[in-house]
Design a protein. Structure first.
Length: 364
């Protein structure tokens, strides 16, 4: 076997390990090493393994600056998400990163906390780093962001929505259609007294669309929600609890509550139990997202399943193809799933006075 690069007295390499050194160590051509690094999916597994062992043995790292000068690209992608505190975004980012890594790209992640100005700042920072493509969430952005995208001339795709807005391509689900289907399911069970708990900050067009879907389905059935039957709040478990208490105090006849996220719904279920309402016998509760916890709570939560991993992989494929100059669609609509679990059931009548008593008798 060829001799390894010389080391100094401390065991450090005297010169930076080159791709040719890795090729000699693995017994392959430099072109094969390059393919393993940049397009591993087209290389036979046994060759990938030999190259991987050589890379580990020589502690080889790629010279990103040199590659960028040669190709004009940094092979980096940026993603700006509202938060990683919600598993629906964490799952999507993980799938995005895995697919990008398979194709030789590195992912930079930033969060906006549902703040359009912060999203704009993070976008500026990513572009200044020479990013090759950017993943956003939703269709509500500061006006300056679109101008920044046009100036930077990098491919951008937004996720978790199914319609392109402002020239930004999209991949995701139809949020409004999903809650219309969920609401119709509850109507078909026989519910007539509804409430909604929604997190609808200005930057969250997904939740706004979900709320509109609830209202549209009810309106089609001749039911109009009063403003006091819609509790607008944050997305946490605690906010779901306080929102449910407020809703039931104001509207004790409510038999079905639809939440725009699973976290709100799980919080609502916990509060229902605290104030003496059994789910679903006395109160049906439904959520949105199908986070892992939703199937484990008691009772398991009826919800809408969002294909987060498929969205992440699709966004990666879109950007890779766009960077390579391949044909790309303007919008991709993925299917959602209505998941019917034990947190919803046909309504059981109960006197309003009894409900009011059970709520107010317990301490806040």
């Amino acid at each position: 076997m060829d001799k390894k690069p010389a080391k100094d007295s401390r065991g450090h390499l005297n010169a930076r390990v080159k791709i040719e050194d890795v090729a000699r160590q693995a017994g392959v051509s430099p072109a094969t090493v390059s393919r393993v690094l940049n397009h591993p999916q087209i290389v036979r597994p046994e060759l990938r393994e030999r190259v991987a062992r050589a890379i580990a043995s020589l502690s080889y790292t790629r010279d990103s600056a040199a590659r960028a000068l040669k190709s004009g690209r940094m092979r980096t992608i940026g993603a700006i998400v509202p938060t990683l505190g919600l598993s629906i975004f964490a799952e999507g980012v993980e799938a995005l990163q895995n697919r990008l890594s398979e194709n030789g790209y590195t992912l930079f992640i930033a969060n906006s906390q549902y703040d359009q100005r912060r999203e704009l700042q993070e976008m500026q920072s990513l572009i200044e780093r020479g990013i090759d493509g950017i993943v956003l969430v939703g269709g509500s952005h500061a006006p300056e962001l679109r101008a920044l995208i046009e100036q930077a001339r990098v491919p951008v795709i937004t996720t978790y929505v199914s319609k392109a807005q402002g020239g930004i391509p999209a991949i995701g689900i139809d949020n409004q259609r999903a809650t219309r289907e969920l609401t119709q399911y509850l109507l078909d069970l026989g519910h007539l007294q509804f409430g909604a708990i929604a997190n609808v900050p200005p930057a969250n067009d997904r939740s706004r669309a979900r709320l509109h879907g609830i209202q549209k389905a009810l309106a089609d059935a001749g039911i109009s929600l009063q403003q006091s039957q819609i509790i607008r709040t944050d997305y946490s478990l605690a906010q779901g609890r306080s929102a449910l208490r407020q809703l039931m105090n104001d509207h004790p006849d409510t038999t079905a509550v639809i939440c725009t996220t699973d976290m709100l719904a799980i919080g609502a279920m916990a509060e229902a139990r605290k104030i003496g309402l059994t789910v679903p016998q006395q109160l049906s509760i439904a959520g949105f997202d199908d986070v892992e916890l939703s199937a484990q709570v008691d009772p398991p939560l009826t919800t809408i399943g969002v294909p987060a991993a498929e969205i992440g992989r699709g966004a990666a494929d879109y950007l890779i193809n766009a960077i390579e100059g391949l044909p790309i669609p303007k919008t991709v609509q993925l299917p959602f799933r209505l998941i019917m679990r034990a947190s919803t059931a046909p309504p059981r009548s109960r006197p309003a006075s009894a409900r009011r008593k059970s709520i107010k008798a317990r301490p806040k």
